[in-house]
Design a protein around this ligand. Structure first.
Ligand code: NAG
Ligand code: NAG
Ligand code: NAG
Length: 287
């Protein structure tokens, strides 16, 4: 069972409406070393184009890749007749002179997605990851194969910022039916002596940040709860003095005995008023 934040991170793509979304980097749960020097794993646009209604007729999704340069920031991936570009990696110098088509895949209908619960199952993991993720730069053979003229998805350049866009193709008309925005720039890793062991990706997903900030504020909540407990106990002492005073006397007598006579510091702390004790505890907590 993947952590909840991973599901939330995947869910982000699903909530919005088609064209206003950007392709997102895959969650760290599914692609720990991402981006690498030559690849970028993205979430497929699941439940994006068909978030409102099931798609009517056969469709395919194209993934376009563009090097992030000022001159080509909002490049179009269709011509005047809305036919999607068929430019290749070689024709665009690896995305430097314009967007190239890196991948084409069928869209799993929103209701038919495999359950993420089974992703820990080794036998099914690759099938499930394939349903959710697409890896740009995954094919190391097609560039060097002179007889290959199909869709080629060769390795990306290191330390380069890329943008990505998904396009929904209507297979009956051959025209662009819908498209996402260009993604934010995503930088491939650069070659460092540590890149082999550095499995932490450059970016954190939104879910990761939420978890981090929750963990970060945990001491604050503990202190808050502690302060609340002190206030309550003070109110209690003020309200009904009979039983509580008795209790605290027992504690005060019991503690020095168990600690022995060689601990004057502790005994004086324990004999002080409740607030002093609280401060002593708080200092201990901060240590
Ligand atoms: C594809 O185009 C045809 C003709 O315009 C249209 O009827 C059909 O709904 C389109 N398919 C999708 C998935 O939008
Ligand atoms: C990008 O191009 C689209 C149409 O191709 C246009 O609607 C949009 O405003 C442009 N965005 C920017 C930032 O130029
Ligand atoms: C990689 O490219 C080769 C052509 O050289 C092709 O036969 C193969 O199916 C491609 N592999 C993938 C995973 O796309």
């Amino acid at each position: 069972m993947p952590p909840l934040w991973a599901l939330l991170a995947l869910g982000c793509l699903r909530l919005g409406l088609g064209v206003n979304l950007k392709p997102q980097l895959a969650s760290v749960t599914f692609a720990t070393n991402n981006p690498t020097l030559t690849t970028v794993a993205l979430e497929k646009p699941l439940c994006v184009f068909d978030s409102l209604a099931a798609l009517d007729g056969p469709c395919e999704v194209y993934l376009y890749v563009l090097v992030d340069l000022a001159s080509s920031r909002n490049a179009s991936v269709q011509d005047a007749t809305e036919t999607p570009l068929s430019s290749t990696f070689q024709q665009t110098e690896g995305g430097r002179t314009g967007p190239y088509k890196a991948a084409a895949f069928d869209l799993t209908p929103c209701g038919d997605l495999p359950s993420l619960d089974a992703v820990g199952d080794v036998a099914r993991a690759s099938e499930i990851l394939d349903a959710y993720l697409v890896r740009v730069g995954a094919n190391v053979t097609c560039l060097s194969d002179p007889n290959f003229h199909g869709l080629c998805n060769p390795p990306l350049s290191g330390a380069t910022e890329y943008r990505f866009k998904y396009v929904l193709l209507n297979m009956s008309t051959g025209l662009v039916q819908d498209q996402t925005l260009w993604s934010d720039p995503i930088r491939t890793n650069r070659l460092t002596p540590y890149s082999a062991i550095d499995t932490w990706p450059g970016r954190r997903s939104g879910g990761m940040i939420v978890i981090t900030s929750i963990l970060g504020s945990l001491p604050f909540f503990l202190l808050l709860a502690f302060a609340g407990a002190i206030v309550l106990s003070l109110l209690d002492v003020g309200g009904s003095d009979g039983e509580t005073t008795h209790d605290s006397q027992i504690t005060q007598e019991a503690v020095p005995k168990s600690l022995g006579t060689s601990e004057p510091a502790y005994t004086s702390v324990n004999r002080g008023p409740p607030l002093d004790r609280a401060e002593a505890y708080a200092t201990k907590l901060q240590d």
